[in-house]
Design a protein around this ligand. Structure first.
Ligand code: S3P
Length: 172
């Protein structure tokens, strides 16, 4: 079993922020699947969606998962919101779902200091009604692949990362 920690969850739930704090405290290398895809495609996520479409983006996510499976261990990996759907997600490490209600996520994103930028870089959040539908559709899929679920709603970052650390220690 790989010793990676794989952070999944809906757009805006705080995977990136949590991953950075975790990596800093527990001295992990932290890699982000969207960053890997952007560097491989030499293009921004929002432009990949615009120019090549979502299906192509999902293929890049699968390529990224295959690379992680073959090449990465003992790292913290924060994933795009749809990455849980790659066929080998559970072979990549311990899958940790960051969970919160849609309203809490929407509120977090829209009241962030750089709210405009946060919403703009996420093409699937351009229409909140569609995003809410997607959120509902994904709940079953997220829970199905998660080894551990952590509720992040109204918890501070220190509590969240401690909880991840405690729960993943027994799994690895
Ligand atoms: C997506 C989430 C995004 C990014 C892409 C698609 C999704 O990542 O991968 O826009 O399908 O939920 P974040 O969850 O980091 O916003």
């Amino acid at each position: 079993m790989k010793k990676n920690i794989i952070l999944i969850g809906f757009m805006g739930v705080g995977k990136g922020t949590t991953a950075r704090a975790y990596a800093d405290k527990y001295k992990y290398f932290n890699i982000d699947t969207d960053d890997l895809i952007e560097s491989k495609a030499n293009n921004k996520i929002k432009n990949i969606f615009l120019e090549k479409g979502e299906k192509y983006f999902r293929e890049l996510e699968q390529d990224c998962a295959d690379w992680i499976e073959n090449s990465v261990d003992t790292s913290l990996i924060s994933c795009g919101g749809g990455f849980y759907n790659v066929k080998n997600i559970n072979a990549l490490g311990t899958v940790v779902l960051l969970d919160a209600s849609y309203d809490w996520i929407f509120n977090r994103l829209s009241t962030a200091e750089n709210a405009k930028a946060k919403l703009k870089k996420r093409p699937l959040f351009s229409e909140p009604k569609k995003a809410m539908k997607l959120y509902k559709e994904r709940q079953v899929g997220y829970k199905k692949v998660a080894d551990i679920t952590i509720s992040v709603e109204n918890k501070d970052l220190t509590t969240i990362i401690k909880e991840i650390h405690k729960k993943t220690k027994n799994k690895q």
